[in-house]
Design a protein around this ligand. Structure first.
Ligand SMILES: C[S@@+](CC[C@H](N)C(=O)[O-])C[C@H]1O[C@@H](n2cnc3c(N)ncnc32)[C@H](O)[C@@H]1O
Length: 252
């Protein structure tokens, strides 16, 4: 029997981590009306972060909104690994920035760097601009490199991309709450999951500075199919760095 009424409602709605979710709600909301609206949204199936309006990512609290990709804790390692790989980066871009969680984390870790995020989804860019004002990065609307200011061409020291990389036939395995609130194009990476990485990697030479790198997160099983250096790997994921000089014709 749950004595905490929020825990009880979340548990009754099937939330497995009801205590943790109730604590998240209380950590970020204090107004009783806001708490009630968030709990009601959550019990009707909205992802917790959308219901509350924020996500916790790499020690930061970033704004999110319904329809915008919820930053995943599994991607936090990218910020750590990428900033360690290129601690001297002066120009950084976050390709497919969503709400800009990675851009925010990199702005914080690389305080001297000029950081830009880009996303094709207009609603994501609206939220990324809110986070950009708070954490000090620029957010642009458009498709991959084409959405970035041309003045960045040849100057990008570090590009990070948590790209849609789920193979099409596995998208249905994503939790139903997320599937209902995040458009499919945010996760679907085509038959092998690597379509977007190839598109992003093809013009890499034009955009990166001579020692620049593209750091991306893939499933551990995809990493051997990519001509990059594995910077971090666990049972599920791999963080891979691609450099134009070592890609051969992979992306063309
Ligand atoms: C897996 S989500 C990652 C979002 C964000 N980086 C994060 O970690 O929360 C992939 C993002 O790529 C964006 N995206 C998909 N196709 C794109 C394209 N052609 N150009 C730019 N962004 C794109 C989606 O809208 C989505 O926000």
């Amino acid at each position: 029997m749950d004595h905490d009424p929020i825990v009880a409602r979340l548990r009754a709605a099937g939330c497995v981590f009801a205590e943790r979710e109730a604590a998240f709600v209380r950590r970020h909301l204090s107004d009783p009306g806001d708490i009630e609206r968030a709990v009601e949204a959550r019990v009707t199936g909205m992802p917790l972060e959308h219901a509350v309006g924020v996500a916790e990512f790499a020690g930061l609290v970033v704004a999110v909104a319904d329809g915008v990709f919820v930053p995943r804790r599994r991607a936090e390692v990218m910020a750590e690994v990428a900033s360690t790989h290129r601690p001297d980066a002066r120009v950084v871009v976050d390709l497919g920035c969503g709400c800009g969680a990675l851009a925010a984390a990199l702005s914080t870790r690389l305080p001297g760097a000029e950081v830009h995020g880009v996303d094709v989804d207009p609603a994501s860019v609206v939220v990324a601009r809110v986070n950009g004002r708070r954490f000090g990065f620029h957010a642009h609307h458009g498709s991959w490199w084409d959405g970035l200011p041309s003045s960045l061409r040849g100057r990008v020291d570090l590009a990070v991309g948590y790209l849609p990389h789920v193979p099409t036939d596995r998208v249905d395995q994503i939790h139903a709450d997320f599937r209902a609130h995040e458009p499919r194009h945010m996760v679907d990476g085509g038959a092998t999951g690597l379509d977007h990485l190839r598109a992003v990697a093809a013009p890499l030479t034009d955009w990166l500075s001579p020692d620049g790198a593209l750091v991306t997160l893939l499933s551990a099983g995809q990493a051997p199919d990519v001509p990059g250096r594995v910077l971090h790997a666990d049972d599920e994921d791999a963080v891979v760095a691609l450099h134009p000089g070592t890609m051969g014709h992979w992306a063309s």
